[in-house]
Design a protein around this ligand. Structure first.
Ligand code: SF4
Length: 162
């Protein structure tokens, strides 16, 4: 069975930086019942507490963080790069352990965002980019979707069933 890596906050688990969660999402619940879901919160897996101060990547490029060229910094100015990279490594470990090819990660997060992140100014400015874990998964060949793209992934899974 095709397993899917899913951001824990999209499954209703209160792991967001502010202690919140998202959902429920019907397709995620269905995939969970089918036993497809492997969940992770990279920031918690990387050792950060909940709640925690919001963090952003200046210029929003998670791949550059992985390359050691950009930090991840909290709104208080604390460098949390190491925890974000450790969380991405934990997600990659799950990918390899379960042979995962697809992920559903929370949009715009500095860890999980797959198409956009924030620009590092903590003023709500979105920028084309990706989070640290999303970049690590993409570089490992995983197709990363967000919570607005569940129907697309469902189509792919349905095509495989035929
Ligand atoms: Fe954790 Fe990712 Fe959700 Fe942030 S967006 S709370 S890192 S799972």
């Amino acid at each position: 069975m095709e397993r899917i890596l899913v951001s824990q906050c999209l499954l209703g688990m209160p792991v967001r930086y502010d202690g919140g969660a998202h959902g429920p999402f019907d397709l995620l619940q269905q995939w969970r019942r089918e036993g497809r879901v492997v969940s992770v919160c990279p920031e918690v897996a990387g050792g950060l507490p909940t709640p925690r101060p919001p963090a952003e990547i200046p210029t929003g490029q998670g791949g550059e963080v992985l390359a050691g060229k950009l930090p991840v910094v909290t709104i208080e100015g604390v460098d949390v790069t190491a925890a974000f990279v450790a969380g991405a490594e934990q997600a990659l470990r799950l990918v390899h352990e379960h042979g995962i090819r697809f992920a559903v990660l929370k949009a715009r997060s500095p860890s999980c965002g797959n198409r956009e992140t924030y620009d590092g100014s903590f003023s709500g400015v979105r920028i084309a980019g990706e989070g640290v874990t999303a970049a690590a998964l993409r570089l490992a060949g995983v197709q990363v979707f967000n919570e607005t793209e569940l129907a697309q992934l469902n189509q792919l899974l349905s095509a495989q069933r035929r």
